[in-house]
Design a protein around this ligand. Structure first.
Ligand SMILES: Cc1cc2nc3c(=O)[nH]c(=O)nc-3n(C[C@H](O)[C@H](O)[C@H](O)COP(=O)(O)OP(=O)(O)OC[C@H]3O[C@@H](n4cnc5c(N)ncnc54)[C@H](O)[C@@H]3O)c2cc1C
Length: 563
């Protein structure tokens, strides 16, 4: 990315030199008109510009796995983009087919001389970019690209770190301190831009170029829309949060609650993930709040710290082969995970028998978004905590359902949670009973997402299998009939897995050390004390079971906590 002043100069150069291009601006992510340097630069160099989005089913589904909730979010975002472009005198042309074939056809039909698009890091987008470059070479077209989905051009970060990505957050922050602040956002695209550079109207009697409905794609989803897609909603959400400057300035991730009935964090991730919201806009709005505040929180727990986690995972993903896989991924521990489709299905469909895990998976399936620590809980349970199933399987489920599903952040966090990379305190295993109870002892969250359990007294709601028969009867829910028994004994499963993980880490010490942060895990600062207690209990239980000196009491206590 060029410094803004230089970039503006370039734009005016482009104005005077090559204003006559007929350009296709290809939207992929970056579905917005604020801080869109690629679109702005393309407009400045063109006499005519066609905003295009290609619904490339083969590509979108082959490369990404998309469920109906995500499709709905994408289509809403396209509708919003189209409406915003129309308000400026332009429109969005939505086409279906393979991106390369569609562009090849449009270039001829519309006498195009330039194609503009944001640079992306994902390998499948990189392949698409190669096809566009090949087409450009063949037809003598210009291409115009910019980095716009991240704060920095990630290549600069990798270069500043000596040619490889920094593998710990601490090191990453250090490299950024050398690079300086990220670029400021550029100005919004305006009606004036489209007065000077118009979008030619194409005859569209059959709405060939319109945004299709979910039904047109053969999909349906009747669930309530909690996260309406699009830039308009993204900016409204951002604006609403910034009305509470104190909340923004003092935000501390570890103090936010995973089981609140409304999101306790910003809920901006779906918008950031599709580029309906510019990460630079978000970052610099935060900087101006911090500048006006006497005190503010700091990375890793501050809001700016969260955005930097995003940048961290993007950076590592951009320079790590096979980042979304275990095999061939140089930073990932190679683990012989269980192949257990039945257990995976129980986890996926919220049938584990642990209300805390099942409520989270239900929220995910119904709404497409869950809190970060809720993601921790279900990811740990699936992998190193209880089921010993590969993080890749969990990542695929998230990818299909999460509105914010993202190549770099999804895989990076799954590696983190499964202790396959980045995270080394693998003895900290989340208890599927105590974790949720800490912040919601009455179980309101469970009652909302698992109505079958809603009449259980709070005492039993996290462990309904322990309720006496008469309590189950009066709650109208018999465990084993109306709601499943726990699929594993947590204390046994987690002890066994702890041993397996310990062994793996001894055998693959070099890989494990690769991403190890010498500092403590900063994501869990607030949870640390309680987690530490849990860890001790777990290790204590392990010691006891080894020496077979469990007293009746201790045995009962650990059963109560973990089974
Ligand atoms: C197993 C697992 C999988 C995940 N998969 C994704 C994913 O596919 N897409 C995704 O956007 N996030 C993912 N996350 C990270 C995080 O949970 C979400 O970004 C966050 O919960 C989104 O809510 P928010 O916008 O309210 O976050 P806030 O706390 O308000 O943070 C603001 C923004 O910072 C970024 N951010 C916050 N936490 C993280 C993090 N741990 N890593 C990277 N960026 C972060 C996000 O862009 C987020 O929108 C995953 C986390 C886990 C544990």
């Amino acid at each position: 990315m060029l410094p803004e002043a230089v970039w503006r100069l370039k734009c005016s150069d482009r104005d005077s030199v090559v204003m006559s291009h007929r350009t296709i601006h290809l939207f992929r992510k970056g579905l917005r008109l604020h801080d869109n340097p690629t679109l702005l630069g393309a407009l400045a160099s063109s006499a005519a510009l066609f905003p295009v989005y290609v619904l490339d089913h083969m590509f979108l589904e082959g490369a990404m796995r998309l469920g109906p909730l995500r499709w709905r979010f994408i289509l809403q975002s396209l509708e919003d983009l189209d409406a915003r472009l129309r308000a400026l005198g332009s429109r969005l042309y939505v086409l279906r087919g393979s991106t390369a074939a569609v562009l090849r056809d449009l270039v001829t039909r519309w006498s195009v001389t330039q194609i503009s698009y944001d640079t992306e890091v994902e390998p499948y987008y990189a392949r698409m970019e190669q096809e566009i470059q090949a087409l450009a070479q063949e037809r003598g077209l210009q291409t115009y690209t910019h980095v716009s989905h991240t704060l920095y051009d990630l290549k600069r970060i990798v270069k500043a770190n000596g040619g490889s990505p920094p593998l710990t957050y601490k090191k990453f922050l250090h490299v950024l301190s050398v690079l300086g602040e990220p670029e400021k956002p550029v100005r919004d695209v305006s009606a004036e831009d489209f007065l000077r550079c118009s979008t030619p109207a194409e005859p569209d009697p059959e709405q060939t170029y319109g945004v299709p409905s979910l039904a047109d794609l053969g999909l349906e989803n009747e669930s309530e829309v909690l996260w309406p897609g699009g830039e308009t909603h993204a900016l409204q959400r951002l604006h609403k949060h910034f009305q509470s400057q104190g909340w923004v300035a003092n935000f501390s991730k570890a103090r936010t609650v995973p089981n609140s009935l409304l999101p306790s964090t910003t809920g901006l991730s779906p918008y950031l993930s599709l580029g309906c919201l510019s990460v630079r806009t978000f970052y610099h709005r935060l900087s101006s709040v911090y500048a006006q505040s006497k005190n503010h929180s700091l990375p890793p727990v501050s809001l700016q710290g969260q955005v930097l986690w995003r940048e961290f995972f993007y950076t590592v993903a951009s320079a790590t082969p096979n980042f979304t896989k275990m095999q061939g991924n140089p930073i990932c521990l190679q683990i012989d995970w269980y192949h257990d489709p039945e257990a995976l299905e129980k986890w996926r469909t919220a049938q584990t028998g642990f209300p805390w895990i099942d409520a989270i998976m239900t929220q995910l399936r119904q709404e497409g978004w869950i809190h970060h620590l809720a993601r921790h809980a279900v990811a740990c349970f699936l992998t190193r905590g209880d089921l010993w199933i590969s993080w890749e399987e969990g990542m695929k489920v998230f990818e299909e359902i999460l509105l914010d599903a993202d190549y770099s952040m999804n895989a990076g966090n799954w590696m983190w949670l499964s202790a396959s990379a980045f995270f080394h305190k693998y003895t900290r295993i989340f208890c599927p009973v105590r974790f949720g109870r800490r912040t919601d002892p009455q179980g309101q969250y469970l009652r909302k997402y698992l109505p079958v359990l809603k009449n259980f007294p709070s005492q039993y709601i996290y462990e309904p299998w322990k309720a006496p028969e008469d309590v189950q009867l009066s709650a109208g829910c018999i465990i084993g009939k109306d709601y499943p028994h726990p699929m594993v004994c947590h204390i046994e499963a987690s002890q066994r897995n702890l041993g397996l993980m310990r062994q793996v880490r001894i055998e693959q010490q070099n890989t494990a050390e690769l991403t190890r942060d010498v500092a403590d895990d900063p994501m869990e600062v607030g949870l640390k004390r309680e987690l530490h207690e849990e860890e001790e209990l777990l290790e204590g239980a392990e010691q006891h079971s080894k020496s077979k000196r469990f007293s009746g009491d201790a045995d009962h206590k650990s059963q109560k906590l973990y089974c």
